[in-house]
Write a protein that binds this ligand. Structure first.
Ligand code: AOF
Ligand code: ZN
Length: 340
């Protein structure tokens, strides 16, 4: 059982973890406690290629100072040599007597640290504050599982059900409340995606702003997908971060490449062509439908009346045309009857 002091230390380690960046590696924090329960050192991971949280904490201690200590870490100490060496070994070599961690490492490459520690005689306990630790790195865990970032598609729809006004003025399709919400969602993404068509017609800045229009500090990277060229003067080229251009329609390949660059969450902003491509290809984890509606007036959606075959036949007869048979979904074709 973890002691109250260890649980407190884990909460502190979670705070430390949040100081690190989202990216290719998970955010991880560590606290080293003396046998009496005093904090000896703290550490956190500052991103791929830099020391892991445990090693960062140990590096703040003089040699031998961690002998008999307890290491409290938000993720199972790794067991592999990646960009850095195995943390399990570093803890063993420092003489740590006990390790308390929150979550098992979900990757095949790095897992096994707990076993290695136990085999070396270290007392190991897992699952402490696991839910908070999981919530902190949920997006990173999902990327490990799926190989691509989480995708939210913004689906702008006017009240007549169309995705954009015919004159291309689609940037005003949302009400003020919806625009605020969209900015909040932009800011919580790691990348904002738009198609070349939208960049051409709407010239969006693809920046995250506050209610007064001021740039927020954290800016997701702008991503432009499509084969038509982007104007050298396009607003997106003045974005505080260098935009990524993908001259392709291969969306899974784009997402895999973004994941390989540490992007965990993308927000697909525009426009209707790109949005429907993400949805059609089954790549949308979440669709955000925003509609033109005043801030105080709620507009209930009116379900479309389902019109049966009779209605279609009557309408067609009135217009003097022969109705086309409705296409059946694939795989549900009627048995084939050859002509006698
Ligand atoms: C830890 N402590 O602070 C972190 C861990 O390529 P590397 O060497 O940076 O290893 C990255 C992997 O290590 C990463 O995918 C994850 O499994 C684990 N991250 N492990 O013991 C840490 N950030
Ligand atoms: Zn490690």
């Amino acid at each position: 059982m973890a002691s109250a002091v260890e649980i407190d230390a884990m909460r502190r380690a979670l705070q430390l973890a949040r100081r690190g960046p989202r990216g290719l590696n998970p955010q991880v924090g560590a606290v080293i406690l003396s046998p009496a329960g005093d904090v000896l050192a703290e550490g956190f991971h500052r991103g791929a290629g830099t020391p892991h949280a445990e090693v960062d904490a140990l590096s703040r201690l003089s040699p031998g100072a961690a002998r008999g200590a307890t290491a409290v870490v938000t993720l199972e100490p790794c067991n592999h040599t990646g960009r850095t060496g195995p943390c399990a070994l570093a803890l063993i070599e420092a003489g740590v007597a006990r390790v308390v961690y929150a979550l098992d490492d979900p990757t095949d490459a790095a897992a096994g640290g707990a076993e290695r520690l136990r085999a070396a005689g270290v007392d190991v306990e897992s699952g402490v504050e696991a839910e908070a630790a999981r919530a902190l790195i949920a997006d990173w865990i999902a990327v490990q599982r799926t190989g691509r970032p989480h995708v939210t598609v913004k689906w702008a729809q006017s009240l007549d059900g169309r995705a954009a006004a015919d004159d291309g003025t689609s940037q005003w399709i949302t009400g003020p409340a919806a625009r605020r919400d969209v900015h909040a969602r932009r800011a919580s993404a790691d990348a904002i995606v738009a198609g070349t068509g939208t960049v051409r017609t709407d010239d969006p800045a693809l920046t995250a702003r506050d209610a007064d229009g001021a740039l927020l500090e954290a800016q997701p990277v702008p991503v432009v997908i499509g084969e038509s060229e982007t104007d050298p003067d396009a607003a997106v080229r003045r974005h505080p971060r260098t935009p990524l251009f993908y001259a392709t329609h291969d969306l899974p390949a784009v997402l895999a490449d973004l994941a390989a660059q540490g992007v965990q969450r993308v927000f697909v902003e525009g426009g209707p062509t790109l949005a429907s491509a993400f949805v059609r290809e089954g790549l949308a984890d979440e669709v955000l439908v925003v509609r033109r509606a005043g801030p105080s007036r709620r507009i209930a959606s009116r379900p479309r009346r389902h019109r049966g075959a009779d209605h279609r036949r009557r309408t067609a007869a009135r217009r003097g045309i022969r109705p086309q048979p409705r296409r059946r979904p694939a795989g549900r074709r009627p048995p084939h009857h050859p002509n006698p």
